[in-house]
Design a protein around this ligand. Sequence first.
Ligand SMILES: Cc1cc2nc3c(=O)[nH]c(=O)nc-3n(C[C@H](O)[C@H](O)[C@H](O)COP(=O)(O)OP(=O)(O)OC[C@H]3O[C@@H](n4cnc5c(N)ncnc54)[C@H](O)[C@@H]3O)c2cc1C
Length: 501
Amino acid sequence: MPLSVVWFKRDLRTTDHAPLMNAITQCVQNGDELLLVYLFEPEMLAHPTTSSRHLCFQWQAIQGLNQRLVSQGLSLKIHPLQASAADVFKWLHSQHQLQFLFSHEETGLRYTYERDLNVKNWCARNDVVWNETPQLGVIRGLQNRKRWSYRWHANMRKPPIKVDFNPWLKAGLLPCIPEWPSPWKMTAPPKPTHEHDVLGKGPFQMGGEEQAQQLLTSFIKDGRIENYQKHISKPEESRQSCSRLSPYLAWGQLSMRQVFQALEACESKTMAHRAFGSRLRWHCHFIQKFESEHRIETENMNRGFDDMTVVTNGDNLLRWMNGDTGIPFIDACMRCVRETGYLNFRMRAMLVSFLTHHMGHSWKDGVNHLARCFLDFEPGIHFCQFQMQAGVTGINTLRIYNPVKQGLDHDPDGLFIRKWVPSLQEVPLAFVHEPWRMPPLELAMQGGDTRSVAPMIDIKATARQARSRLWTFKNHPAVRAEAQRILNVHVDTRYQRRRRP
Ligand SMILES: Cc1cc2nc3c(=O)[nH]c(=O)nc-3n(C[C@H](O)[C@H](O)[C@H](O)COP(=O)(O)OP(=O)(O)OC[C@H]3O[C@@H](n4cnc5c(N)ncnc54)[C@H](O)[C@@H]3O)c2cc1C
């Protein structure tokens, strides 16, 4: 019997899922067998952005979905396999007459792009029809942003796809249950080929479509959104007052349309609702940038910055990665994200600013480390945001965050610092943000000395150097020419006048 396969990627959900619905329709029409797969591919496991927390999050979602399918009386399940797409589809073709492949389009890392090209060519050579559906309002092959926002809104307002298994059940069709080659079978979440640095063990948010729906309800209907803007920049309070939907959106366990429509359904709209709505659009805006120019995974978005000198200091880099710079607010933020997988936007920006501006490193030195730390790692947002904060786009306002000021503004009582840097538990509030300012007597009472509280670098001097370095470059003709190109490709013409380089 011919076979239709749904290939789940960053879309482990059964609601608003066009490929799943299309596959069911196809099977009912043709009497095909149906198979659902998720692939933990060798390239994914070996990739420097991958960490165990990502793999567990996907694994949890698969387990949750399979339980739900069973509870609905369906004999279907998602088969997690540790194998490459090429091997799996070739094998299915030879053993089970694979004819139709259904998936969402993916805007991912270079290896997923190249893999998809190979799968596409293989399908064409073997008469397998690959039916790919766009998602997120991201448009493939887009040349510029004319009317992008309008098209995005129109897309978000379309009714979500209702996945209905009833026609499939009524037709008495069967799921395909292959006897997989043994190395592909999985009973536990896989480990990355090599963990690059030892990150914390959680607690992390738990993966799953049900968890995502509950979080959405608690944010929009049960009122967590009320303090959204008030707390968005606070590292501790944001954990409760921001939506925390990012891992579910990044891994597709919730569709953007579902979140957008839940927000639209609110009767009264406050500033918080509007601010949140804008960020939903930003999510897709950044992924669209990556879709149009995915070379920025490894190259400066603005090539004019290619000649900028950068520092390479392995010891300092390690201290930044481990949250051991001696600057309390930086260390607290890094330790927090390593342990919990989450940090609010401003503090993420500050970590990048510190790495690239104060330490003078290239963004490339830290981008994979934070990708591994963030449970919500989404390539399209991550690489674009990293470069924006590093100041190498030439079109964004340059921000050099002073970590002491950020700490005083957003953790005035030092509670967040004390939570994550226990060695500062007993330090008086007056010095908790700058322990190096402690008088010798106070220091001695804390059992420390000048060396033990010395910051890794001088924040003010390094900020001055960074400012002059970046401003000199920003006015360079090559940077300005590239900035204009970036505006033409990635920014809606309506906003270009305001953002002229
Ligand atoms: C250096 C850096 C790297 C980042 N990497 C990622 C990443 O890998 N994945 C990721 O989802 N976000 C990333 N962000 C953006 C942002 O920090 C997170 O989306 C946000 O903190 C997630 O928390 P939340 O779900 O509570 O967001 P909320 O504030 O509740 O926002 C709702 C949703 O909007 C989107 N969103 C919010 N802020 C932004 C933003 N500034 N840009 C784009 N989309 C946004 C996210 O999908 C988020 O879930 C990064 C930011 C920086 C500065």
